[in-house]
Design a protein around this ligand. Structure first.
Ligand code: NZQ
Ligand code: ZN
Length: 385
């Protein structure tokens, strides 16, 4: 096992009817900005519940944070925070709203050009406003981690940032808030959580036994609940399992002391920025192709994954690895999520465009061995055609 430090300060309030707990979670003298996305939070009644729970506090609102939140939109929220002297942010939404809130929390107190935060990956964040979240979409883990992703629409730059100052103070996780999600977003959430787990598990063995078992448990749970999670929107227990699994997939626990990959995410971010494909859908395009191209480097873990997650015990090592990759692809496809670029009518020109963006963003040494250079990214993208 590798050396590590693990500290996660986010308080989780989990369960039905927990939005009312905001009445004590948010400081009483706070000047609050509620941040939300498009129409869903108002339509589902969640915003009304949030407003009621905040009671007599001084509260303002900022709506319109789009999926893959844009720098352009978020800077309008920063202006409101500064001019109105707001001092506590409350995100109500999915990963995009929570990530956007993290960016606003840091940018509002940042001296100089705020885009520098994204360009430096958050390394230059010296302070941030406190914030909390009400999660409405289980997928990203943003509700219990310190990272975010922001997009400059003008230049198609989608960059991630992180800082120990960007953990939410608390996150309210009420599984019944997910009942209104379109099936497509539930499928996206299952795939995003699945790939967060593989990014921290499908690397090379380091004798991190409990991290491996945790990761395998998360993967198996996702596979087990997937059909019901998509088919039965108001099945509380299934949604509760999805919500907590997605949080645990990226709250630092399974990633402590192990090598991490993240190449699928970095290549995927370029596909979202260029072609506006949902985040999780880009991961389903890249991961099966990446596992195939990296099958030698990942041999040990791919065999373990095949056996423990998919019960593949027959055949030669190579056959078992191919079967494990095929099961992964079939799982994504079973959720209606394509694993080929051709499904989006993208071909060789997209490969070239993504490679150009990877080069521009310095993404030239990806993966747990830093061996995914542009030539290897090309192989991966071509394997996804
Ligand atoms: O905008 P509204 O109208 O609210 O609709 C949203 C949005 O269109 C809708 N939605 C959310 N909750 C709903 C709902 N509709 C009905 N009922 C509800 N309860 O869902 C749509 C998608 O929301 P979004 O927040 O964009 O989805 P997701 O949670 O998948 O977040 C994706 C973003 O998170 C980033 C991604 O790159 C992407 O920008 N990620 C953040 C990570 C992190 N912070 O750790 C890690 C991830 O790998 C990921 O990169
Ligand atoms: Zn993700």
């Amino acid at each position: 096992m590798k050396n590590f430090e693990f500290h996660n300060p986010t308080k989780i309030v989990f369960g039905a009817d927990t939005v009312a707990r905001l009445s004590t979670l948010v400081p009483h003298d706070a000047r609050v900005l509620i941040l939300y996305g498009g129409a869903s939070a108002e339509k589902t009644g969640t915003l009304a519940e949030v407003r009621a729970a905040l009671g007599q506090r001084s509260v303002q609102e900022f709506g319109g944070i789009e999926p893959n939140p844009s720098y352009e939109t978020l800077m309008r929220a920063v202006a409101q925070v500064r001019s109105e002297k707001l001092d506590f942010l409350l995100a109500v939404g999915g990963g995009s709203v929570i990530d956007g809130t993290k960016f606003v929390a840091a940018a509002a107190l940042h001296d100089g050009e705020a885009w520098d935060i994204a360009e430096r990956g958050g390394a230059n964040i010296a302070q941030a406003l406190p914030f909390g979240a009400v999660l409405t979409l289980p997928a990203t883990g943003s509700e219990m981690n310190s990272g975010g992703v922001v997009t400059k629409k003008a230049t198609h730059d989608k960059l991630s940032f992180r800082s120990p100052l960007l953990y939410p103070q608390f996150s309210v996780l009420d599984p019944s808030k997910t009942f209104t999600l379109p099936a497509k977003q539930v499928a996206n959430g299952l795939v995003d959580a699945f790939v967060h787990t593989t990014e921290q598990y499908l690397t090379y063995p380091v004798q991190a036994r409990v991290q491996d078992r945790f990761a395998e448990g998360l993967l198996q749970t996702l596979v087990e609940i997937a059909p019901q999670a998509v088919a039965s929107p108001d099945d509380y227990e299934t949604r509760a399992n999805l919500m907590w699994t997605a949080t645990l997939a990226l709250n630092g626990l399974i990633g402590a002391g192990v090598p991490q990959d993240w190449a699928t995410h970095m290549i995927g971010h370029e596909l979202t920025a260029l072609y506006d494909i949902d985040h999780a859908r880009t991961l389903a395009l890249v991961l099966p192709a990446l596992l195939d191209v990296q099958r030698e480097q990942k041999r040990g873990k791919l065999l373990q994954y095949g056996e423990r997650v998919w019960n593949i015990t027959e055949g030669s090592d190579d056959e078992r690895i191919s079967a494990a990759i095929a099961h992964t692809r079939a799982f994504f496809e079973s959720l209606g999520i394509p694993t080929r670029l051709s499904a989006y009518e993208l071909g060789q020109e997209a490969v070239e465009a993504v490679l150009k963006q990877l080069a521009a963003h310095g993404m030239t040494a990806l993966g747990e061995h830093r061996d995914i250079d542009l030539a290897r990214s090309r192989l991966i993208l071509e394997a996804a055609l």
